[in-house]
Design a protein around this ligand. Sequence first.
Ligand SMILES: [Zn+2]
Length: 237
Amino acid sequence: MLSPVLEKILILQDRDGRRIGLETQLQAVPKDVVLVENKIAAEKTAIEEAKMELRQLETDKKLLETEIGSTEDKLGKYRTQQSAVKKNDEYQALGHQIETTEAEVSKMEEKELEIMYAIDESKKRFQAAEKVLQENIAGHEGKIVALGERKTNLESELATVQAEVAAAREPVEDRPLALYDRIAKLYMPVCVPLKGGKCGGCHLKVSSEVESTSRSKSLDNELATCDQCSRLVYWES
Ligand SMILES: [Zn+2]
């Protein structure tokens, strides 16, 4: 049988344990919200990046088209000039220039095809990124709402347990309560059973003196503490 003071301390410890558990869960809620918000942000960034890539490719395509247009104009002028010249060497020189310019145009047209292909691929990536967000956004928002509800529930549970802790502290005498509080700052649980002469907290063997104090059936409220970790120990038969 446990001494009355230990019984009261074990009740307090049980409620304190639940309080700490709820506080830990509450602290995790904002972190979980941030995780979900980060996912949403990452998906939006992916869309933004795909959009910028697409815009850049479209700008490149327009510039290239302008360049092709002006090079073709030049080519037209060379051809007109060539039809007007009388001298053979001038005719040949223009012919060479026409060839070079034609090669330039076909090179640019090849490049244009590459850009058009890249635009198609970029559009696909943009649509895929948008699809990911659309598919996930409801789930993300649902999670944030659920986390908000969880926070409210935990807060109300915590308020209840805090009141229970306060009620459990009431009947504990000052000295054991101060001892309990001092140990609770270091570790929980504060009060542990002795098993085979070993402290249930640090698992080290306690002295025979501590063991006999813990076994004492007297109701003089003498509390046994572990020689190693100073937790309150009680004999469990
Ligand atoms: Zn110990």
